[in-house]
Design a protein around this ligand. Structure first.
Ligand SMILES: [Mg+2]
Length: 164
């Protein structure tokens, strides 16, 4: 049985270091992007320049869509508007419903889609449950740099190890 905890690409990189050509090589044309921790630090709405550049490059090559579990429409709308991207907030990942709605909006080809996020128990699980590719990235700190010690991820990986 395929585990819902399976990460297709555990990049060990912040999102802005993910190579777009590598994504294209994997056949990916649509990217669902987590917001908190992935594009911005959870406690900030300031989008790092590196992330903005990565998004504007990626827009030329992929269809992008933000999917956040954050219940604050104000916060997620602000970030989405600044990046000029469609979004869902309060998405209840790993529940499938909102993510499936977003997928339906953008395409019918689930094999071309990947979700990029910083958490296994939300982003990766929902990706596997929706039958799309899953990419794990490093969480960003307030300076927009990857955090070195991510206790949440260590715990999630430990639990994943025992449940695989
Ligand atoms: Mg996140």
């Amino acid at each position: 049985m395929k585990s819902i905890l399976k990460v297709h690409w555990d990049s060990n990189l912040p999102i802005y270091a993910i190579s777009q050509s590598e994504l294209l090589k994997k056949g990916i044309h649509v990217l669902l992007l987590d917001v908190d921790g992935t594009l911005v630090n959870r406690k900030s709405t300031k989008i790092p320049k590196s992330v903005k550049n990565w998004i504007s490059e990626s827009k030329k090559l992929f269809t992008l869509y933000l999917i956040s579990n954050n219940p604050s429409k104000k916060r997620i709308a602000k970030i989405a508007n600044e990046l000029n991207l469609r979004y869902k907030y309060n998405a209840s990942k790993p529940r499938k419903i909102t993510t499936l709605h977003a997928i339906k909006e953008v395409t019918s080809e689930s094999k071309n889609i990947a979700i990029i996020g910083d958490r296994i128990f939300t982003d990766i699980i929902v990706g596997n449950r929706c039958n799309i590719k899953t990419i794990l990235v490093k969480r960003l700190n307030k300076d927009g740099l990857p955090i070195k010690f991510n206790l949440t991820l260590i715990i999630e990986k430990l639990i994943s190890f025992f449940f695989k």
